[in-house]
Ligand binder design. Structure first.
Ligand SMILES: O=C(O)/C=C/C(=O)CC(=O)CC(=O)O
Ligand SMILES: [Ca+2]
Ligand SMILES: [Mg+2]
Length: 394
């Protein structure tokens, strides 16, 4: 038997307990929970519940909130005592996998600073950078679930059509404006049948947890294709999420009011509970921090996004993933996309000894996040780290 040591100040103490899918060199992917610098094998400690032997969290997530709470309490109790040696692995010794089987993937646009900046860059002719609908509903587009991958999975630079202002006709080739979008992703554990709605106050009964999300964006492909139906191939080649899913229950101390919403949202978007979240992100470009986006500034809450998604009676399912939209604060060094940080490429940023506008082949981007825990502590989401490989055929 062994005691799991939790280092002083760990971002993965008993108030966090994120779930993930891990394997070792000689074992299959299964459900683990992170405790300090260790992974506790839940397929081992809860042998009687088959959901923990699954290669995704979906079966566990589908069990519902009462079971989530029960398992979380049981883990805290287990970890306070001794656990079987065979059930504990060092984080450094395991491989992490995509934690969920992604059902539908929708990405929102909930940061007022980001939406205003992109409006100025994409639609400079418009007097108001925000579209008229923006403050009335959480704007979103439907993404491609099959290309959601986890940290450590390299991304091949996408090819596609683009048409620059001086190109008489569209040209085809590798994207020359490859960008990131630093976001949080929210995962539906328990869905809702077609013809029903989820209210904002029912959020915690449906949402299982949160991850960091990088919505890779080829700005040149996007700018040419997006009118009038929104992003398609400029976004669908890859979306990266962090491997540890932080349970919604771990975010109690991070819950805050959203910024004042004016005009007042329609009744179906109003709840009585606070679902703004005080999460701090950090974006590293080749090992250098270039931005610190504050989730606390997001205009629309994840509870409002889920309510909006289902208000027309659309079904939601276990494994649905919705992105918050790029997180940008009011300051330049709080912008969550490089198109904003470099103002469309016009203002290169210093990345160590080099300068950058958009992402180059071989670059590595890492996004990490932390949030307040109880009693002045902090909890971590870990990171999502990705390297960019040259386009196919180059
Ligand atoms: O304003 C536009 O035309 C485009 C906006 C985006 O690309 C942003 C997007 O994907 C949503 C977000 O992450 O905020
Ligand atoms: Ca996005
Ligand atoms: Mg994407």
């Amino acid at each position: 038997m062994t005691t799991i040591a939790i280092p002083e100040g760990s971002l993965f103490g008993l108030d966090n307990l994120p779930y993930g899918i891990f394997s070792t060199a000689d074992s299959e992917p299964r459900v683990g929970v992170r405790v300090g610098d260790s992974v506790l094998d839940l397929s081992r400690v809860f042998e009687d519940d088959i959901v923990f032997a699954e290669p995704s969290l979906n079966a566990f997530m589908a069990r519902g909130r009462a079971r989530w709470d029960e398992v979380r309490a049981a883990i805290k109790e287990l970890v306070a005592g001794d656990v079987a040696d065979e059930a504990v692995f060092a984080v450094a010794d395991v491989t992490m996998h995509l934690p969920i089987e992604v059902a539908d993937y929708v990405d929102f646009y909930a940061s007022e600073n980001h939406a205003s900046n992109l409006g100025r860059l994409f639609r400079p002719q418009n007097p108001d950078p925000l579209m008229p609908n923006w403050k009335h509903l959480p704007v979103g587009y439907h993404g491609r679930s099959s290309t959601v991958v986890t940290s450590g999975v390299d991304i091949v630079r996408p090819c596609g059509q683009r048409k620059g202002p001086n190109d008489p006709v569209p040209v085809f080739g590798p994207s020359i404006r490859l960008d990131i979008e630093a976001e949080m992703g929210f995962i539906v554990g328990v869905g809702s049948p077609m013809g029903s709605r989820i209210t904002p106050d029912e959020f915690a009964d449906h949402c299982f947890g949160a991850v960091i999300l990088n919505d890779w964006s080829a700005r040149d492909i996007q700018a040419w294709e997006y009118v009038p139906l929104g992003p398609n191939l400029g976004k669908s080649f890859a979306t990266s999420i962090s491997p540890w899913v932080v349970p919604i229950a771990a975010l109690e101390a991070a819950r805050i009011d959203t910024p004042v919403q004016d005009p007042e949202p329609l009744p179906y978007l109003k709840g009585t509970e606070k679902w703004g979240l005080d999460i701090d992100l950090e974006v590293e470009w080749n090992g250098h921090v270039v931005s610190r986006p504050p989730y606390a500034q997001m205009y629309w809450s994840p509870a409002q996004m889920l309510a909006h998604t289902s208000v027309n009676g659309a079904a939601t399912r276990t494994g649905d993933l919705f992105g918050s939209g790029t997180i940008s604060g009011p300051e330049k060094d709080q912008r969550g996309a490089f198109i904003e940080l470099t103002w469309g490429g016009a203002e290169p940023v210093q990345v160590g000894d080099e300068t950058r506008t958009f992402v180059e082949d071989g670059d590595e981007i890492a996004i990490s996040a932390t949030a307040p825990g109880p009693n002045g502590t902090r909890i971590g989401f870990g990171e999502v780290r990705t390297r960019i490989l040259p386009a196919i055929g180059e």
